[in-house]
Design a protein around this ligand. Structure first.
Ligand code: N01
Length: 560
């Protein structure tokens, strides 16, 4: 056990019912719900403010690819009626302002400790409580710990030889400075062509004297068609929110309200299908993939959509050699998260922008004044790493978590994450994960999935309090069955065919496991509800709170 780890001999300085790790959208809503039920809650947040991913990802062009009117909390009717989103896709500063507004409106900050990382969490089997150690050297105990650490929160900086000797400026999209960065007159290199790169490249290109994009894998991107929201559009959502939210929760696979596809790609003749894709390309956004119901299931169907996008790239990009490099060929469209852009492909028509295909000319090393790839030397004043995240498990793995018999979570998940419903893992009682691996999470509208998990966890803690149970744990059998189900559903789709971060493929040495649950948010919600209705089937509730603690908790609940 290292010095920073919580240990029973290290007497906790504070005691709570629940410790929440992270004050992003999940942590904030957890605090609000749990507090409302009379639980004492402490949230630890490593950043200096709320907002999680929207606090850190401040790169040029950062905005959400789920439309603002849907990428928002639904738990408060007043909140969803009063907040004015300015654009179809809200820019990062506006989403962060929304998070700040929520924190103020619901008086959340008094229970959030900022600038504090949770470094360790140790379960005491005798006390049936967790001891948590934080980066300020303090310890605190809680009956429950909830990891609201986010799925895309552990930024990945690839290990490239020579980086330490580089004399220019280095940025990572997910650790962007809190001051404006001006690339005017500079030679800039961007490494990566995922969503973050595809959003930032057109804006960096407008500023920089010269921009070199280092692409390892060409990516599919569709136009966002972002625009200001009109008062009428906002009002339409506000008037129809109950039905929109219900449909998004229950009927949409990804939790985004749209017209669900009723037919497969080959149910339409070629020309009708082309017109369908054209219409979606023109209206823009993620719903491109909702053109047909078999695009994620059948390769031949998927090829029709992929060919359409490749055709668009060839139309937009004037140099056919550059267009060829930008056309993805090694994975089905959608099997890596499809990107949503504003002028991404057209940016490669600019005279100051160059594309380097790293498959043909791999990065050799970073040198003091730039970068060497293939046989060429690229002088660069700044390098932007848009190289993504150790997704879904990365931030959990950074915490030294020990459950029953001192077993570490990293040891248990060495061959890939194992959970029951993405909510708990056997051997780690009273430890919950919000939107964890094994739940729809990153395949869905995150705020919708966050609300579902937070509501489920809150209801579960209330049910435990009512029963006087001290401990809840997933059974091994339930976990095995769920892991098998998650894998089986994924195997029936095209998703595992891509070397994606969904598969852990972007992190050297990470086990290749398809991490999210692809069965759809409606199906998943029903499963979770059924499990709770059957007395938390697949979980064991045990132990009992002392009469004293139970009385104190009930009194607090009544007082609230
Ligand atoms: O990260 P990514 P991201 N040398 O992993 C490349 C969400 N998001 O930050 O594909 C050279 O997608 C890597 O190449 P490859 C969204 O869910 C949403 O862009 O591994 N290149 C890839 O091109 C998204 O999917 C929004 O071969 C290297 C890129 O870096 C997720 O976050 C906006 C490399 C990483 O792409 C992650 O997006 C932004 C190396 N050593 C993000 N290592 C919106 O809502 C990696 N790469 C719009």
């Amino acid at each position: 056990m290292t010095a920073g780890e919580g240990r029973p001999g290290n007497v906790p300085q504070a005691h709570y019912d629940v410790i929440v790790v992270g004050a992003g959208f999940a942590g904030m809503y957890l605090l609000h719900r749990l507090r409302g039920q009379g639980f004492t809650v402490r949230v630890f947040e490593q950043g200096s403010g709320v907002g999680g991913t929207w606090y850190w990802n401040r790169y040029p062009g950062a905005r959400c690819d789920v439309e603002s009117m849907q990428y928002s909390y639904s738990f408060s009717e007043e909140l969803q009626q009063e907040w004015d989103w300015s654009e179809r896709y809200a820019p990062q500063p506006e989403i962060l302002a929304y998070a700040d507004h929520v924190a103020d409106r619901f008086d959340l900050r008094r229970d959030i400790q900022f600038d504090t990382r949770v470094e360790a969490a140790l379960f005491d089997e005798h006390e049936q409580r967790w001891t948590v150690t934080t980066s300020d050297g303090a310890t605190a105990s809680a009956q429950f710990v909830v990891l609201a650490t986010g799925c895309l929160s552990n930024a990945r900086m690839p290990d490239i030889a020579g980086a330490a000797d580089y004399k220019g400026a280095i940025y990572h999209t997910a650790h962007w400075p809190h001051r404006p960065v001006d690339f005017t007159g500079l030679r800039v290199g961007v490494i990566g062509t995922g969503s973050s790169a595809i959003q930032s490249i057109p804006l960096i290109a407008e500023q920089a004297e010269r921009l070199t994009v280092f692409q390892r894998t060409a990516n599919f991107s569709v136009p966002a068609r972002n625009a200001p929201l009109t008062a009428e559009e906002r009002q339409w959502f506000r008037d129809n929110y109950p039905e929109i939210r219900r449909k998004a929760r229950e009927e949409m696979r990804n939790g985004i309200f749209t017209e669900p596809p009723q037919k497969g790609a080959f149910d339409d003749p070629d020309e009708v299908r082309r017109q369908n894709y054209e219409g979606r390309w023109t209206s823009g956004g993620l719903t491109f993939m909702a053109a047909y119901n078999n695009l994620a299931l059948e390769k031949a169907a998927n090829d029709t959509a992929a060919d359409f996008i490749r055709g668009k790239i060839a139309e937009i990009v004037k140099d056919p050699v550059v267009a060829g490099k930008l056309q993805p060929t090694n994975h089905p469209v959608g099997s890596k998260r499809i990107c949503v852009d504003t002028d991404y492909y057209a940016t490669f028509n600019r005279p100051n922008v160059e594309l380097v295909d790293l498959r043909a000319d791999p990065i050799d090393r970073i040198v003091p004044d730039g970068l060497r790839a293939g046989v060429r030397h690229y002088p660069l004043d700044a390098i932007v790493f848009a190289t993504g995240f150790d997704a879904m498990t990365g931030s959990v793995a950074k915490i030294a978590i020990r459950g029953r018999a001192g077993r570490t979570l990293n040891d248990k998940w060495a061959e890939g994450p194992r959970t029951y419903l993405g909510l708990m893992t056997e051997g780690f009682p009273n430890l919950f994960v919000v939107t964890g691996p094994g739940s729809p999470s990153v395949l869905s509208n995150m705020i919708l999935s966050i609300e579902q998990h937070v509501d489920w966890i809150t209801d579960c803690l209330v049910a435990m309090r009512d029963r006087g149970a001290a401990c809840i744990e997933a059974t091994r059998q339930a976990e095995d069955n769920w892991v098998a189900h998650v894998n089986e559903v994924a195997a029936g789709t095209l998703y595992p065919q891509a070397n994606s971060w969904y598969m852990g493929a972007n992190v050297p040495g990470k086990p290749r496991v398809f991490m999210p649950y692809i069965g759809g948010v409606g199906v998943y919600r029903q499963i979770c509800n059924d499990v709770a209705a059957k007395g938390y089937e697949g979980f064991v509730m045990s132990g009992s709170l002392t009469a004293e603690r139970r009385t104190a908790e009930s009194e607090r609940a009544v007082a609230n």
